[in-house]
Design a protein around this ligand. Sequence first.
Ligand SMILES: Cc1ncc(COP(=O)(O)O)c(C=O)c1O
Length: 390
Amino acid sequence: MPKISTDAVHGHGYYDEERGVFKVPIYPTAVYEHPDRRSGRPKTSDRGMELKYSREENLTARALEKLVAKLEKGVDSLAFNSGMAAISTAYISRLKPGDRILVPKECYGTTQQLAQDLSKFGVECVLARSDTEEFLEKLESGVSLALIETITNPMVRVVDAKELARRCSELGIPLIVDNTFATPILYNPLEDGAWVALHSMTKYLSGHNDVVGGVIVVGDGDDLGELWEWRRKLGTIISPFDAFLIIRGISTLKPRFEAQSRNALAIAEFLSDHPKVRAVYYPGLPDSPYKSRADRIFKERLYGGVLSFEVRGDQKEALKLLSEVRIIKPSPSLGGTETLITYPIWSAAKSMPRELLGELGITEGLLRLSLGLEDVEDLKEDLDRALSSI
Ligand SMILES: Cc1ncc(COP(=O)(O)O)c(C=O)c1O
């Protein structure tokens, strides 16, 4: 079996032997000729879906879907025009009035908000800490669908995704695992029985902060048709140009993720020793309460490119640091080539009530860093100068 770096380069499976082309072409077409004029048969993609209209099936998206399915050890996947398009399509395909959906107290804000907004359609949203027993208890209280993120945002807690996926599969509860922060390099949720593995491909998979996309990978081919129909009806497929960019981005996923994880560990150690820093949250630090779980669950001794830290002070000091960094950009995303810094109270945790912020430990002095590919010494200098100013 090829290793993940090999699959990341070749896993799209595209090869035009006759013309010697092994790079995936962009098919900028909205329509396909239909049906085949000579045979009278409809034209189909390799998975037997009719090629009629690009909102339904597109050949560049198809190559990307095969690639991500391979990395996630799934049978197939569907590519979307954003991570939220993938999440909303997954929710809508599974839920009906009277159902309950369980999502983490600590997760990407819009994922949680959307689950809460489903009350408009008679779906109840239940919240629980995904890094504690509370999630298991709520699962057992009866839910129709659950979602977890492998690594939480913004406190970078490693969730016992293995145990939760196993329990959900025993209870017959479909589990969506948002694997955006961990990537398939660290973890493959489908191997533990998750219903789907999902990514915001805007982050590590595309990797360059220049494209928005999402994907749902299924472990059971029978689940694909229903999701495919909802994607068609909701119109949430990715564009061929964006699919091409993500295929290109994925080919360098492994070396990028390794370098970003190395930078994150070095910066976490640097910040841990800094007098202006009160606390650092990163599962790769030897004293992190999540290190042993990460070492048990993750396939590599890597801990991802995201960390959070608390400055000595509160909002004033945190925002001062944000305005003083030069190489590091204050910007809301993660997983790309540029190192980005965010103020979680204004971004990931914006919609959370004050008590929940307290329960999760999200303070006014907290900042989140997503490490890029710059030289780590330049990043330390940038942070040191900004920290000295507070
Ligand atoms: C973990 C996670 N899941 C999903 C999303 C949503 O993805 P997108 O912004 O591509 O719609 C985000 C966005 O930040 C995220 O961090």
